[in-house]
Design a binder for this molecule. Structure first.
Ligand SMILES: [Fe+2]
Length: 305
């Protein structure tokens, strides 16, 4: 098995739900009952709790027509809470965030949040806006882009091995505190290292460069040369194809990652000219939907270890 195959089998898993399970979901959606068929997703809770760091769950049966946009939107919080507690992701108290391009000219480098732009790059973890750690990133594809928009998944454990083996000075620097902002959540700064370790000694990452650069500026503490060197090395590694798996999510795919061990990003994308947001689509203001992902941040239950 070559390295690439190994990376795919130990790091990236794709699973599909059965026709029977799909039927149960259909019945639930049609009947408007409260009895959500949780059992369908419980095996995946076990998978992500154990060795699997990235799972793609295919809900649809291949042609993307089984569930409507609104049905996927309705299912997401119900599926997400099977994995744990859903966290608030902005100052308006939202637990489900729509990731779509608000404005073709929007940019993270001018203060926008990543999920509001069409920009690619900036491979990162999502656990940067709040100091407290959480566990799983849940992304659901309501609609793919017209062009581009591949998801990039980076094996943080292998990046850490490479840092340790070849760039020990950069690693040491990444283990020291940096300044972070809580963009979109609160107007505060906090300090935390980019790399910390869990009880098993495995590395945990916290990284989103534009937010950190802007936090250092706000704090009046420009990044030092050693810090810039360390972040440059990290970014160079996370952008290397040998540590990446790329996957273009289809309609009704769900991506689950252990956020602190799987850095992620996407390639830039374009929607159709006439594409509209899900809100406008549901109001009948357009027939084509923009690339729309729904994102949940999940903290696994206290008794789940
Ligand atoms: Fe993200």
């Amino acid at each position: 098995m070559n390295t690439e195959e190994q990376l795919k089998t130990s790091f990236f898993h794709k699973v599909s739900i059965s026709d029977g399970a799909r039927g149960q979901l259909r019945e639930f959606l049609n009947s408007q009952t409260e009895n959500f068929p949780r059992g369908i997703f419980e095996p995946f809770v076990q998978m992500i709790k154990e060795d699997f760091r990235t799972i793609v769950i295919e809900l649809d049966n291949g042609d993307g027509k089984y569930f409507s946009f609104s049905e996927i939107h309705r299912l997401n919080p119900l599926i997400g809470e099977i994995f744990g507690e859903l966290l608030v992701q902005n100052d308006q108290g939202h637990k489900v965030i729509s990731v779509y391009d608000r404005d073709r000219l929007g940019s993270m480098f001018q203060g926008a949040r990543y999920h509001q732009t069409r920009e690619g790059g900036s491979i990162h973890t999502d656990n940067v806006n709040v100091p407290e750690p959480w566990d799983y990133l849940y992304m659901s594809c309501v609609s793919p882009a017209l062009a581009g928009g591949e998801n990039i998944l980076v094996d943080g454990l292998r990046v850490h091995q490479e840092l340790k083996a070849s760039y020990p000075n950069a690693l040491k620097e990444l283990e020291l505190p940096f300044v972070w902002e809580m963009r979109g959540v609160a107007d505060e700064l906090y300090r935390a290292p980019i790399i910390t370790y869990n009880e098993e000694g495995e590395p945990l990452f916290r990284h989103l460069r534009p937010y950190m650069e802007s936090a250092h500026q706000k704090a009046g503490e420009p990044l030092k040369d050693e810090q810039l060197y360390a972040i440059d090395v990290l970014d160079a590694l996370t952008n290397s194809s040998e540590f990446q798996v790329r996957y273009r999510m289809k309609k009704a795919d769900i991506l689950l990652t252990k956020d602190a061990q799987v850095l992620h990003g996407r390639t830039c994308f374009s929607d159709a000219i006439e594409a509209v947001s899900l809100e406008d689509y549901e109001k009948g203001k357009g027939k084509t939907l923009k690339r729309t992902m729904e994102r949940l941040w999940v903290r696994k239950g206290a008794n789940d270890d």
